[in-house]
Design a protein around this ligand. Sequence first.
Ligand code: ADE
Ligand code: ZN
Length: 334
Amino acid sequence: MLHFINQLPKAELHLHIEGTFEPELMFEIAKRNGIKIKYNSVEEIRNAYQFDCLQDFLDIYYAGAGVLIHEQDFYDLTYSYLEICAEQNVRHTEIMFDPQTHTDRGVSFETVINGISNACKDAEGKLGVTSLLIMSYLRHLSEEEAFKTLEQSLPYKHLIKAVGLDSSEMGNPPSKFKNVFEASVKEGYIPVAHAGEEGPAEYIWEALDILNIKRIDHGNNCFEDDLIDEIVKRDIALTVCPLSNTALRVVDDLKNHPIKKMMSKGLKVTVNSDDPAYFGGQVNQNYIELQDALELTKADLYEFAKNSFQYSLLDKEQKARRIQELDVFYSQNS
Ligand code: ADE
Ligand code: ZN
């Protein structure tokens, strides 16, 4: 099964680039930028990664991102993640980045986008991993601030595929961002959003009906009959993040993870790492631990991988080509 998971061609659809920041690289970049961080060793950093809820994690995650200053820093961060993708047979990835985490510290939008997108371009050529970018608005900030970010992004529109919504969910419903999502869609960005991670089913409704999202990030709290019917009817996928859910105590134990229940209701699910440096595993580790906890079959894992291409933001032909490649693998390894 391990071999099957490692070799399985797949896409990752829920990944925050700032959440891939491994402590070793964090130390290296902090040192070259002359920034003192709170921890004295890699072990100390890893020991600090114990969370009771989403906010606990976010406080540490934003502090870590504070050492990223130069274009090269964003390049190195992104390229390191893409190398890991290549090792895991992740053929395509849709990377979220949080511009406001950086622009609020005086780093320019241009620095962030150039570093990330140049790494993506190089990785496509050298590693064969393709990527698309999702610019995420921080929901704990105001809609007005999100509008500023939208404005800053416009000269780089050709590099960005979609807009997302992340950060502290409770008390920051999707409806708060109605106007900026409308404006983003007018600019050609595809809307997605985190919804129902800690927040209620009502937030998922708002994300669907008010933001008109094309994919739900997390969606753990979707279990209301009408809501499930609506998600199925719209043919929208959930980007599920099992190890994130246990690390942030959205789920108490992987054995109780709702992903099988989601599948049994006809929902389309994918498996992703969210913030792998913080939650104890890359995407393959999420497949491995989930398979073990829920005794999943190869057919279940194939379905996750197929959904990851089918519900990606790639065009029709690209999706078909990748699914065909997956099907060849599956027919030889099932
Ligand atoms: N930003 C990074 N990871 C996140 C998550 N799991 N939920 C909300 N915002 C995030
Ligand atoms: Zn996330």
